[in-house]
Design a binder for this molecule. Structure first.
Ligand code: HH2
Length: 271
């Protein structure tokens, strides 16, 4: 296996393709498989290193989706894309990951970090795919009801360290694992910004970090709308660039071209 940090050099952009009717920022836009495939192709053309195809919204308040429904949503898109396009699958379900990796998905993005279905670890190990392990406090339906931590960064770090050990213990090579603090998953606005401010404490785990701040409601709330459910592109780009400067490797975004351009400038500054 090529180590994930060689396959995705810093910074790499992961384009988001939600094959859902209800995702918080782009629900419905890519619900038709042909629309989703076209968006994915455009994102790669615009410079995405990989596109993340998901069939279940994990926005605050979202209800889970059945296995059959999730397969019905993502398989037609993956059938159109894989072989030609670098694809990851955003799923917590072992069966979805198994079918997706058979179709060529090279990364499994599990927002539950192998807690929803621990069998997913074996699927990833057997398929030789990469995996992203993300932190979430609680579950999507209720996670934004007053999330609280003594110290958000050290608690997220301890969680990711434990999940990394679980994944390695389940046979997934450490070289193939990246970690994600889970912006917006059981976190207040201040928790999210503190995680980026102190991102060096998470890079100390020695694995590449994924950060997904794109269009998230904390950005809209920061700008004065207490009831925001999304945030603007401009603030998304600033959050991605500052995360990159603090050590993030993969930036998970809706607006690929704008992020690729901004990160090119930030990378030129970094030298
Ligand atoms: N955010 C979302 C979904 N999956 N995966 C990772 N690794 N990191 C993230 O920050 C992350 C994620 C939520 O964003 P989106 O996919 O646009 O929305 P929805 O869950 O409503 O489909």
């Amino acid at each position: 296996m090529t180590p994930i940090e060689e396959r995705f050099p810093r910074p790499s952009v992961m384009g988001i393709v939600n094959v859902t009717p209800d995702s918080f920022a782009d629900g419905g836009v890519n619900f038709e498989p042909s629309d989703a495939a076209a968006s994915a192709r455009r994102m790669v053309y615009e410079g995405a290193a990989i596109v993340d195809v998901g069939g279940e919204s994990t926005r605050p308040g979202a209800d889970p989706v059945s296995l059959d429904e999730e397969l019905r949503r993502v398989l037609p898109v993956l059938e159109e894309l894989t072989g030609g396009l670098p694809v990851s699958v955003d799923t917590s379900k072992a069966e979805v990951a198994r079918r997706a990796t058979q179709l060529g998905a090279e990364l499994v993005n599990d927002v539950t970090a192998l807690r929803a279905e621990p069998d997913l670890a074996g699927v990833v190990a057997d398929s030789g795919s990469y995996i992203c392990l993300m932190h979430m406090l609680g579950e999507p339906r209720t996670m934004q009801r007053n999330p609280s931590y003594d110290d958000v960064v050290s608690e997220v770090k301890a969680f990711l360290e434990e999940r990394l050990a679980f994944a390695v213990g389940s046979g997934i090579p450490e070289d193939g694992i990246c970690l994600d603090p889970g912006i917006g998953f059981g976190k207040t606005v201040e928790h999210n910004f503190e995680l980026i401010r102190r991102l060096d404490e998470l890079t100390a785990l020695g694995r590449p970090l994924v950060v997904g701040f794109s269009r998230k409601s904390s950005l809209g709330k920061l700008l004065g709308d207490a009831d925001a459910t999304t945030g603007p592109l401009s603030a998304s780009i600033a959050a991605a660039v500052t995360a990159y400067e603090r050590g993030a490797t993969i930036l998970r975004v809706h607006d690929v071209r704008e992020h690729v351009e901004a990160l090119a400038a930030a990378q030129a500054v970094a030298g």
